[in-house]
Design a protein around this ligand. Structure first.
Ligand SMILES: [Mg+2]
Length: 225
């Protein structure tokens, strides 16, 4: 059994800022904060980590508001996604179509998004039929490696004796995806569609680095006997 854990943003799809806009709406709604949010890096990070950095300059404790905030944020995200012209990235649909027809492949998510936001994004871009909600999400931890361990636990429970350690892959778009793959002894495939250059990604020493997923046959070649 091949187990393939996909990152969402920059790997499967792009939302062009809909997430940050939803955070702005939620900050305004919950704390009446309309001043510009601090510049925080979002690539490869978990919602928990991003929001901790957004909250701190305002003297707010993210942990205290975590559950309510993530739930309200997800509600706003549902409205902001159609306002921004995001889209599914090249090759993703034909690739998932091929993978989901195989009985030797289990598809999962390994994302910094909180579970609710991840599922909203996947559904908005009509990819929900390929993923059953299996994976690791950024609700609880600021560490992507921790999210990877959650994903691995969930996968092992689901796949059980068919699980093959040497056939576990993480597919992402940042060096953090490569690092978290290593944290669970998975192989990594990275794509340049999230804004990181090939040079930057190769510094993380991924197993495979591609411009994008559009050459479906070449991608599948890494996941065949
Ligand atoms: Mg990403």
């Amino acid at each position: 059994m091949f187990t393939l854990l996909f990152d969402i943003d920059g790997t499967l799809l792009r939302t062009r800022g809909a997430g940050l806009e939803a955070i702005r709406h939620t900050m305004q709604e919950m704390f009446d904060i309309s001043s510009p949010l601090p510049q925080v890096s979002v690539h490869g990070r978990t919602d928990c980590g991003i929001l901790t950095d957004v909250f701190t300059p305002f003297g707010l404790d993210f942990e205290k508001h975590r559950q309510t905030f993530l739930s309200n944020y997800s509600g706003h995200l549902q409205r902001t996604l159609p306002e921004f012209e995001g889209g599914v990235l090249p090759g993703v649909v034909p690739l998932l179509e091929r993978l989901s027809s195989r009985d030797d492949v289990t598809l999962g998510l390994l994302t910094g998004n909180c579970r609710q936001a991840a599922l909203i994004k996947i559904e908005h871009f009509q990819l929900q039929s390929y993923f059953c909600g299996l994976g690791g999400f950024g609700d609880q931890s600021t560490s992507r490696n921790e999210v990877a361990r959650d994903a691995l636990r969930a996968v092992r429970q689901r796949v059980q004796e068919s699980f093959r350690e040497d056939r576990l892959w993480v597919i992402g778009d940042t060096v953090d995806d490569i690092t978290c793959a290593r944290a669970i002894d998975a192989k990594s495939m990275v794509v340049e569609t999230g804004g990181c250059s090939a040079e930057e990604l190769k510094n993380g020493e991924p197993d495979v680095c591609l411009e994008d997923l559009s050459d479906v046959e070449a991608v599948l070649g890494h996941w065949s006997d």
